[in-house]
Ligand binder design. Structure first.
Ligand SMILES: *Cc1c(COP(=O)(O)O)cnc(C)c1O
Length: 386
């Protein structure tokens, strides 16, 4: 190549780069408007591994049978998993006494929440959720280009009248987490039934029961509503009480029209072979679930009582039906100061200013040692900031 040729080649490359610069890919405006999900952290800002009470994981781990089922799958790694999660759906159908054909499994319930929004809403439609609701609803709704409508809360929980007041002929999906994350509140079965009764038939009511298994009665009223009406879906997960968050397994139940939609839009092999096997084993270990529920109830009560004893420092706790507590800081010590103080003491909890909860911390119920440790650290921080 002579010098002239090289010069010409360089000039051509520069022109191509410029042209490319003028037409870079542009995301759709409703996608640009999404704030990416912020996961619960496991490390401090300076990289120290902390005791993680920020993601509502099961402090007891998972059932040993589920763990054994996971490692058993080595032999068939080259094969695709059952695309329909048939055995898992049948196990769920038997456990909940519902038709397994009316169940869809997903890559965590997160996938299912996204699919519901995608299946039923688009540009010009409305999707409603309650303020201080689960942050995935906002992302799932925005992805569809629908209008995101946020209903005001009542004492940090679901306010059915406020929700119904926002329903119009454009409303396509209403998301309610019950118990709610991040506040832990519970909306009564009667109130949920009243919400459903007030919705038009073409609006899908999504009852997200990620924490349903922590309820004394497992929250059967939601499933009953989904059994009786063709516009109700319940979603559940193996990530919380079953302790299988790493494997990403969720499921939902509803009537045939809804289920057909979700099967059209889901990824074909959305639940891994190991995940399906682990979930079946986990479902069968009812002792582990009972032990997890009891551990949670006992230590949630203990933590709430510890918080009540700190009320002279302006600490308030929202009554919780889930595996975490939302604690409000209304005294001298701010939630942010407590968050940073706990991090310095070796604990990572959840501070959610981005969701309008700048004055609260969400703390997952941990093991006995973790619970005693985090409350002692919190007391020390509050006394130092008094
Ligand atoms: C944790 C959680 C989920 C989903 O979790 P997956 O791991 O995706 O199954 C769904 N809804 C709420 C309210 C949650 O807190």
């Amino acid at each position: 190549m002579c010098v002239g040729q090289i010069r010409r080649a360089l000039r051509f490359a520069a022109c191509a780069a410029m042209a490319a610069g003028m037409s870079t890919p542009t995301a759709k405006p409703w996608i640009e408007a999404i704030s990416a999900y912020t996961p619960g952290k496991a490390k401090s800002d300076d990289g120290r591994v902390l005791i993680k009470l920020s993601a509502n994981e099961n402090p007891l781990g998972c059932s040993p049978h589920a763990a054994a089922a996971l490692v058993d799958k080595g032999a068939s790694l080259a094969r695709y998993p059952d695309p329909a999660s048939t055995a898992l759906r049948e196990a769920l159908g038997a456990a909940y006494e519902v038709d397994s054909d009316l169940i869809v499994c997903g890559t965590g319930s997160d996938e299912l929440l996204n699919l519901i929004a995608m299946g039923y809403a688009g540009a010009g439609d409305d999707i409603i959720y309650v303020r201080y609701g689960f942050s995935v609803y906002d992302i799932a709704a925005r992805k569809t280009a629908a209008n995101v409508i946020v209903a005001p809360d009542k004492d940090y929980g679901t306010d059915v009248d406020a929700l119904l007041a926002l329903v119009t002929d454009k409303t396509r999906v209403v998301f309610v987490a019950n118990p709610n994350n991040p506040t832990g509140t519970y909306c009564s079965d009667a109130e949920i039934a009243r919400l459903h009764a007030g919705l038009p038939g073409n609006c899908v009511l999504v009852l997200d029961q990620a924490y349903g298994e922590y309820l004394e009665d497992d929250g059967p009223a939601a499933l009953e509503l989904a059994r009786q009406h063709d516009n109700v879906l319940i979603t559940r997960t193996f990530s919380k009480i079953y302790g299988l968050a790493a494997e990403r397994i969720g499921w939902c139940y509803g009537q045939p029209g809804l289920i057909a939609t979700l099967n059209r839009v889901r990824a074909p092999f959305n639940v891994t072979a190991a995940g399906q096997a682990a979930a079946i084993a986990a479902l069968g270990d009812t002792d582990f679930v009972t032990r997890s529920r009891q551990h949670n109830a006992e230590w949630r009560d203990w933590m709430a009582a510890e918080c009540a004893a700190l009320s002279n420092h302006g600490v308030k706790v929202i009554p919780s039906w889930a595996n975490f507590l939302m604690i409000l800081f209304e005294g001298n010590c701010s939630a942010e100061a407590a968050y940073n103080g706990l991090m310095a003491e070796g604990y990572i909890v959840r501070w959610l200013p981005g969701q309008g909860l700048g004055s609260g911390l969400r703390i997952t119920i941990g093991t006995e040692d973790e619970n005693r440790g985090v409350m002692a650290a919190l007391r020390k921080i509050l006394e130092a900031n008094a």
